[in-house]
Write a protein that binds this ligand. Structure first.
Ligand SMILES: Cc1cc2nc3c(=O)[nH]c(=O)nc-3n(C[C@H](O)[C@H](O)[C@H](O)COP(=O)(O)O)c2cc1C
Length: 464
């Protein structure tokens, strides 16, 4: 198993969390809470009360969560669904942080006047509440009664506020609990519940077109695009229907996020980005040579490979160097091509095993599997190739696969998680894949640092 998969101990992997934010001075801390929850592997969708939108705007939440923010209880989703009901039904846990005195009162009496209360009322999922307010508000009998009702009457988990300086300038109990304590409470709330297989059609919509951070600065990423052509004679070849759109979208997205990109382009029908280092190839054999050179250059090794090219599975056993005449007739004998990704994975694994501090040298490897009909073979392909992520799609589905600007993919990882994405633009699919690559690279580096920090065994002279 690769470093990224082995070190994925994220405690909220596969969970959908609804984060409700209400109108407290501590609302800005909810942005960092969202970050911590996503760092634990959660998919988070944010609901803001109208007052909360006056303290902190929805853009940061939408950009970090990748979901549109719900803030108006009377707004419908673009597809006509009721946003807070979709969230209520699909969330594994709801967290209200910070929760104002007003929100506690509304919730205790079931007043569904804002999206946060409405979603919590409409859900059967566990609820974690982290109040924050002035000290006298917290100790007021009304608040004490409301908190007791939430805790004992409704079974909500209340993460009590802490003592310290308050926004009023006074000191007392009322500060929002430390964020790691809130994250721990969320983890505990779902700990004994199985991770559900998400149904993309029943989940909150994804925000699209949100610019990503420059989270790939300093990373070198190799991307392959287009379809290979296997020569039969100097005029003819066996090709496929790939246009290179998905690979080029990946290169554009990686460049926008600050990566240095080597784009190995087979036959493509779209312009290639100027900022990438472009290597043109034709056949599978050319692609294999280019890949070996790009993955193990003299300088820094690549951090990731995303293999979006459609590579021939068969090539003519013999390539004739003169044009075959019609009168000669033609029967083609085909030989299978090597599995290029499995080849890269095997050499990366052996380099990592040889190198001191091994995991740091392993690139994150992403494969694509174009299927027709079912994606049942995808998990076996992921294992057989020894890669970190497999992006599978059914190319026979309308709007998906070759020649379209959209794609509907399922991302599988070595840890067993399966993320089904709805129909999205290829650029958005590219960003979704790169979100996973960026996280895997961070996990790889963290694992390498932990390995470096371990004591050195005298007999080995390398981290134990
Ligand atoms: C600067 C400022 C800070 C506030 N901070 C808090 C707070 O920390 N906790 C609280 O309960 N109310 C606080 N309030 C009052 C709430 O914003 C107010 O009660 C509001 O109606 C809450 O609406 P909501 O619960 O629907 O978000 C604050 C108000 C202001 C002007």
């Amino acid at each position: 198993m690769t470093a990224a998969a082995a070190s994925d101990a994220r405690r909220l992997r596969g969970r959908l969390i609804a984060l409700g934010v209400t109108g407290s001075i501590a609302a800005y801390k909810a942005v960092e809470l969202l970050r911590l929850l996503t760092a634990e592997g959660a998919d988070v969708v944010v609901l803001l009360s109208p007052s909360a939108t006056r303290f902190v705007g929805p853009l940061s939440f939408a950009a970090l969560s990748r979901h549109p923010v719900e803030s108006d209880v009377l707004d419908l989703l673009p597809d006509g669904r009721i946003g807070h009901i979709v969230i209520a039904d699909s969330a594994d846990v709801l967290v209200v942080a910070p929760a104002t005195a007003h929100w506690l009162a509304a919730m205790a009496t079931g007043l569904a006047g804002d999206v946060v209360t409405a979603a919590v009322l409409a859900s059967n999922a566990p609820v974690v509440v982290a109040p924050a307010m002035d000290g006298d508000m917290w100790t007021h009998p009304a608040t004490v009664t409301n908190v007791a009702r939430l805790r004992e009457g409704f079974g909500y988990i209340v993460v009590a506020p802490e003592s310290g300086p308050l926004a009023s300038g006074q000191s007392g109990v009322g500060r929002l609990a430390e964020l790691p304590a809130i994250v721990d409470a969320v983890v505990a709330a779902v700990a004994d519940r199985p991770v559900r297989q998400p149904n993309p059609d029943a989940r909150p919509p994804l925000a699209t077109g949100i610019p990503r951070e420059a989270d790939l600065v300093g990373r070198r990423i190799v991307i392959t695009a287009g379809g290979t052509r296997e020569p039969i004679d100097p005029v003819r070849y066996i090709g496929n229907r790939s246009t290179g759109r998905m690979g080029v979208a990946l290169a554009d997205a990686a460049l926008a996020r600050g990566a240095a990109v080597t784009l190995i382009a087979a036959a493509v029908e779209v312009p290639l980005p100027d900022a990438a280092e472009v290597v043109r190839v034709e056949s599978t054999a050319d692609l294999q040579r280019a890949l070996r050179a790009a993955m193990t250059p003299d300088g820094a090794p690549a951090d990731a490979l995303v293999m979006a090219a459609a590579v021939a599975d068969f090539t003519p056993a013999v390539r004739l160097d003169r044009k075959i005449a019609r009168a000669d007739g033609l029967t083609l004998q085909l030989s299978p091509t090597p599995d290029l990704l499995a080849d890269v994975a095997a050499s990366a694994a052996s380099r990592a095993a040889d190198a001191a501090g091994g995991p740091a040298t392993s690139p994150i490897l992403v494969g694509f599997a174009a299927e027709t009909g079912s994606l049942d073979r995808a998990p076996a392909k992921l294992r057989a190739k020894g890669i970190d992520l497999l992006v599978a799609n059914d190319v026979s589905e309308p709007g998906s696969g070759f020649g379209t600007d959209t794609n509907r993919v399922t991302i599988l990882d070595r840890g067993g998680s399966v993320e089904q994405l709805p129909l999205l633009s290829k650029r958005e699919v590219a960003d979704r894949i790169l979100d996973r690559v960026a996280l895997a690279l961070d996990a790889r580096d963290e694992a390498a640092q932990t390995a470096d920090a371990r004591p050195v065994r005298a007999e080995e002279g390398r981290p134990a």
